[in-house]
Ligand binder design. Structure first.
Ligand code: GRF
Length: 197
């Protein structure tokens, strides 16, 4: 049984997709042990509590400096003896020490077809704004391993989504979530849990 920790900063719809996929049997051999957020108001924490899953908040603001926050984050993650860390809309840079220690055990979901619209500054709605501005006809989402770079680790799964006439960044974001993110993130976990990478 793969012990999974999910890190999320916001609404947690990707977390929900993972939990639903575990419930439905679409994901097997995996269980979410803990949800960690940097944001005390993250609805992802509420979703975890509702399911009886440990919900932990570590806010950088409550630490003396970045180093102390990074140390505490790694210590917290270590406590749960995790096989896989899933970054599901986690808006904090992962400490280098954590990347080293959990190499090939941290995955991230990014709302574009990497290498398009990724790297520094491409997060949230900005990704979809950039896609619309460039006029691409296809966008999508990518699940990848996390390495020292920004969105630069090995790609695990991608799914394309059509850009439609009249799309706003918000509409496109929603379609990318529904048609790509919520599908490929659970699928990647299932593949890792069942040695089918
Ligand atoms: C998703 O679009 C994800 O790709 C991005 O942040 C968003 C998180 O949404 N990195 P949610 O918190 O899972 O609802």
């Amino acid at each position: 049984m793969l012990r999974v920790g999910v890190m999320a900063s916001g609404g947690g719809t990707n977390l929900q997709a993972i939990l639903d996929a575990i419930d439905s049997g679409a994901v097997t051999n995996a269980g979410v042990e803990v949800v960690i957020s940097n944001n005390p108001g993250a609805y992802a924490l509420e979703r975890a509590r509702n399911r009886g899953i440990q919900a932990v908040c570590l806010s950088p603001k409550t630490f003396e400096n970045r180093e102390a926050f990074h140390e505490a984050l790694l210590k917290k993650v270590d406590e749960y003896d995790l096989d896989l860390i899933v970054l599901a809309g986690f808006l904090v840079t992962i400490p280098a020490a954590m990347i080293r220690k959990y190499r090939n055990r941290i995955i991230n979901i990014h709302p574009s077809l990497i290498p398009s619209f990724c790297g520094v500054g491409f997060y949230g709605l900005k990704v979809h704004e950039a896609a619309l501005k460039r006029g691409v006809k296809l966008t999508g989402a990518t699940v990848h391993f996390v390495d020292e770079g920004m969105d630069s680790g090995p790609i695990i799964l991608q799914r394309a989504v059509e850009v439609l006439p009249g799309d706003t960044p918000e509409r496109l974001q929603r379609r990318v979530m529904e048609e790509a993110e919520w599908q490929i993130l659970p699928e990647a976990i299932d593949r890792i849990a069942n040695d089918r990478l």
